[in-house]
Design a protein around this ligand. Structure first.
Ligand code: 13P
Length: 254
């Protein structure tokens, strides 16, 4: 089964309107290559509308949110619903990022509720899972990831509405990357777990991204790993040149 590669940028809490020039550069710089891979930018919520307006002119880069509330609307001050993201032009939303799991106490049940909300609104969700350094050193990596995967997904997910991102917590923003062998072991395990739960055919369809200090210099090696179907990129997605180099690496190993 061939799965189209997806390179997704997570800007986290970075980006003001002055940053739109980088988006323009990403859009223009990826115009040709984007026929071969999918490209997604997830800016802060304040920039979704201006970016989606800008991108709809060219049409090949998509835009997403970084979180949503499980409810459609209501008395939840400061929250944003999946429907609001969609209304602002988003097609995707990142859910269960380890920074949200750590900073906001989001557990698997919460992520699963948000996933249902994203699908209700017609968004594709990028569901993040990842082990801490302590869990890796204790030999718990595959168990922890298996539990997060099982708990964060509901039974009706499909490869067209859900993407999984493996982001080892210790590799995020640290410049440390999981080795291709470690990534291969994890992705193989995740693929197996998806097959067991959803059946071989559906399980094979899900895209599995790697995230955690992906840079132009290591992207080619990571993208070449079996069962790695793209990347979720933090810091390097803020610079058009770096992000485009990562897109190019993914394109070259389709
Ligand atoms: P970095 O690429 O900055 O390590 O961030 C990874 C990440 O958390 C993407 O969601």
């Amino acid at each position: 089964m061939t799965r189209r590669k997806l390179i997704a940028g997570n800007w986290k809490m970075n980006g003001l309107t002055g940053h739109l020039d980088e988006v323009r550069a990403i859009s223009e710089g990826s115009r040709d290559g984007a026929i071969d891979i999918d490209i997604l930018l997830c800016p802060p919520a304040t920039l979704i509308r201006p970016i989606s307006d800008m991108l709809s002119e060219g049409g090949h880069v998509q835009v997403g949110g970084q979180n949503c509330h499980k409810a459609e609307k209501g008395a939840h001050t400061g929250e944003v619903s999946a429907e609001m993201l969609r209304d602002a032009g988003a097609t995707h939303v990142i859910l269960g990022h380890s920074e949200r799991r750590a900073d906001h106490g989001e557990g698997n049940d919460t992520v699963r509720d948000k996933l249902a909300a994203a699908h209700r609104a017609g968004l594709v969700a990028v569901v993040c899972i990842g082990e801490t350094l302590a869990q890796r050193e204790a030999g718990e990596t595959l168990t922890v990831l298996g539990d997060q995967l099982a708990g964060s997904l509901h039974d009706d997910v499909s490869p067209s509405d859900t993407v999984i991102a493996y982001e080892p917590v210790w590799a995020i923003g640290t410049g440390k990357t999981a080795s291709p062998d470690d990534v291969a072991e994890v992705h193989k395990h995740l693929r197996q777990r998806l097959g067991e739960r959803f059946g071989e055919e559906r399980g094979q369809g899900f895209r599995l991204l790697y995230g955690g200090s992906v840079q132009p210099g290591n992207a080619a090696a990571l993208m070449a790993v079996a069962d790695v179907d793209g990347a979720l990129v933090g810091g390097a997605s803020l610079k058009a040149q770096d992000f485009l180099a990562i897109c190019e690496a993914a394109r070259n190993c389709r």
